[in-house]
Design a protein around this ligand. Structure first.
Ligand code: SAH
Ligand code: SF4
Ligand code: F3S
Length: 457
């Protein structure tokens, strides 16, 4: 059902890639995109490409884009202008992939710098698109067909992280929710779960290569469901991955408050190597806003889920996402978000101003009527509150002992190492020569709102 179609735009400078098979990849957006870039590299390596750290030396540039908010897209347009200037000096094929490619399609192809546009389900087509472009004298190429089946299950992503400690595994693609503000269902298509056997195989491969932490990724991991000979839900997938090796940590994101089940919580509690951290985006503390957002839960439901998490795992950290200034949000709605944050006391949060996305339900039905300066002031209030709570929560960790998975040297000081505790908090402590991938036992001695300072024990 997938189909490649051409159009009549021509590249600024048609180039043949022969003999110049370096690929430079730039990735924006979420962890799914990071993992997709690794899938793309795997596909291109089979075609003889090699990853190249410097754009100037590459013949092919891949820019993997995000469409979640307008400012994410503005950054990409800025980069495309830079690529256009580079192309004037240096032959380069520029390929735009990812969510913005899917959202804007031909509109992106009109940019002078862009040669190829490929959506999130079209990455297997990249070699063919490159070939067609060369054969057709530099004609621009596009493939943005979404698929109901593609999970790239048979492709082993080529890991691009430097330290070889932590790796992503996508367990599903797409999203079947229709949160009214969100563009993801339009850019990534319908939800499909990946064959668990291929997930477990990939996890084993990673562990054999020395990886110590596996991040299971999906837009809504709690709705993972595979119906094969055996039915596998997210809790059973967690169990299967945790049982591969007790020395390997398992993390996952993102959970959805309406779907996270007690079975998942009990599974987390049962296995020491499943990290005690849940990212549970709340978006708003106002039930009226949650209804307009089509989140399918209300404030009380969310608080009840938090209560359950803490009953089953008292030490589990919880982080969240918050949107400030969604359509019709009043000062009172905003106060409810602040009061929910005070009540839950999140360990961290990603906080955003609402950005209207064309084509979404909110864009079609509601007015983006909160003035920009009100969005900004509400967001600032939310950030200030979260910083205070993060700091207070971190202060409560002082004196505690944690097992930290060493990720590498601290950015600020080479004599210090950094790594995360099971609860996902970043710890910085003096190096005793431990290497990335080793566990360190530490005691917390101090903190900022973002980091725990520790000593070896
Ligand atoms: N699937 C995940 C999140 C995906 S997007 C989930 O459902 O939780 C990551 C975050 O971006 C969202 O949780 C939301 O807080 C934010 N976001 C999504 N669309 C947005 C928009 N139009 N404006 C501002 N923030 C948005
Ligand atoms: Fe977007 Fe909602 Fe799906 Fe998350 S669950 S990706 S916010 S539609
Ligand atoms: Fe991720 Fe951005 Fe797409 S957050 S799913 S890359 S829109």
């Amino acid at each position: 059902m997938d189909k490649t179609y051409n159009n009549n735009f021509k590249s600024v400078r048609p180039v043949a890639l022969d003999g110049r098979k370096g690929v430079y990849i730039e990735t924006y957006g979420c962890q799914m995109n990071v993992n997709d870039s690794e899938v793309i590299l795997s596909i291109l390596e089979k075609e003889g490409f090699a990853l190249c750290g410097e754009m100037e030396k590459a013949g092919l540039v891949i820019i993997n884009t995000c469409a979640i908010r307008d400012n994410a897209e503005q950054r990409i347009w800025g980069r495309l202008d830079v690529f256009r200037q580079m192309k004037a000096r240096h032959p380069l094929v520029v390929c735009v992939v990812g969510c913005m490619a899917e959202r804007l399609k031909d509109e992106l192809l009109k940019h002078k710098a862009v040669d190829i546009v490929a959506g999130p389900d079209s990455y297997r087509k990249l070699p063919a698109l490159l070939r067609s472009m060369t054969e057709e004298d530099g004609r621009k190429q596009i493939d943005v067909m979404l698929s109901s089946e593609e999970t790239y299950a048979d492709i082993s992503p080529v890991r691009m992280d430097k330290n070889g400690v932590s790796a992503f595994i996508s367990i599903m693609r797409g999203c079947n929710n229709v949160c009214s503000y969100c563009v993801v269902p339009y850019t990534r298509g319908i939800e499909r779960s990946r064959d668990p056997e291929t997930i477990i195989r990939e996890a084993r491969e990673l562990i054999e290569c020395g990886y110590k932490e596996i991040n299971l990724l999906g837009q809504n991991v709690d709705s993972y469901l595979w119906k094969g000979q055996e039915t596998v839900n997210f809790a059973s997938l967690l169990r299967k991955t945790a049982e591969i090796s007790p020395d390997t940590r398992i993390r996952f994101s993102t959970s959805h408050p309406k779907d996270i089940s007690d079975e998942v919580l009990y599974t987390m509690a049962r296995y020491d190597n499943i990290c005690k951290h849940i990212h549970l985006p709340v978006q708003s503390g106002s039930s009226r806003m949650l209804e307009l957002m089509r989140r399918k839960y209300d404030r009380d439901w969310y608080l009840e889920r938090i209560r359950k998490i803490r009953e089953i795992m008292p030490d589990c950290s919880v982080t969240t996402d918050v949107i400030a200034g969604f359509c019709t949000e009043t000062e009172e709605d905003h106060r409810e978000t602040l009061s929910l944050m005070e009540e839950v006391r999140f360990d961290g949060a990603f906080m955003f101003q609402y950005s209207e996305r064309p084509g979404t339900l909110a864009a079609r039905r509601y007015k983006d009527d909160v003035p920009p300066e009100t969005k900004t002031s509400r967001l600032n209030e939310i950030i200030a509150l979260q910083n205070r709570i993060s700091l207070e929560n971190n202060q409560k960790e002082i004196g505690k002992h944690f097992r930290v998975l060493v990720e590498g040297h601290s950015k600020r000081d080479k004599d210090f190492l950094s790594g995360r505790a099971s609860n996902n908090k970043m710890c910085v402590f003096p190096s005793k020569g431990q290497r990335p991938g080793e566990y360190a036992e530490v005691r917390i001695t101090g903190c900022t709102s973002a980091t725990l300072i520790a000593e070896n024990i």
